[in-house]
Design a protein around this ligand. Structure first.
Ligand SMILES: [Zn+2]
Length: 147
């Protein structure tokens, strides 16, 4: 990290803060890159939805703190909260499948949950996420209401 010469102490502190944020953002893309994430989603779609859900892009985002995932069906794009990073794979897979299912079925009606029944760890993953929310004492954070 290079700090330009002749910065005041305040400027220097701010600069270091900005650089640390950038580093954190890079690291948080972490384990799976966005391309691997997209490939993983395609594999999950093959495995559980007969390949019917076809995301065009799947990426991590850091600006999503009240939802685990979201999607824009018209664009075929899926976004996952960076807060999922470090959670067990089966939980990340569940959130991916949840958003993939939304590419096929909007809302959370019976047809939506029937799709997710194909994934054997749906209930377990939902329980895990509810536990995370409870542990963070944020009961208003809607674990089951990602769009
Ligand atoms: Zn949803």
């Amino acid at each position: 990290m290079l700090i330009p010469a002749r910065m005041s102490e305040t400027e220097e502190r701010r600069w270091v803060g900005v650089m640390l944020d950038k580093l954190a953002a890079q690291e948080s893309r972490g384990v799976l890159g966005d391309r691997e994430l997209t490939e993983r989603a395609l594999r999950l779609s093959e495995q559980y939805f007969d390949g019917r859900a076809r995301p065009r892009s799947v990426r991590w985002v850091t600006n999503q703190n009240t939802r685990w995932g979201s999607c824009t069906p018209s664009e075929g794009s899926i976004r996952l909260s960076h807060r999922l990073q470090g959670m067990p794979e089966y939980v990340v897979d569940y959130v991916l499948l949840h958003e993939l299912a939304h590419l096929l079925v909007p809302g959370h009606g019976p047809g939506f949950w029937r799709l997710l029944e194909a994934y054997p760890r749906t209930e377990r993953a939902r329980g895990y996420l509810e536990g995370v929310v409870a542990a963070a004492r944020l009961p208003h954070l809607p674990a089951a209401r990602e769009e």
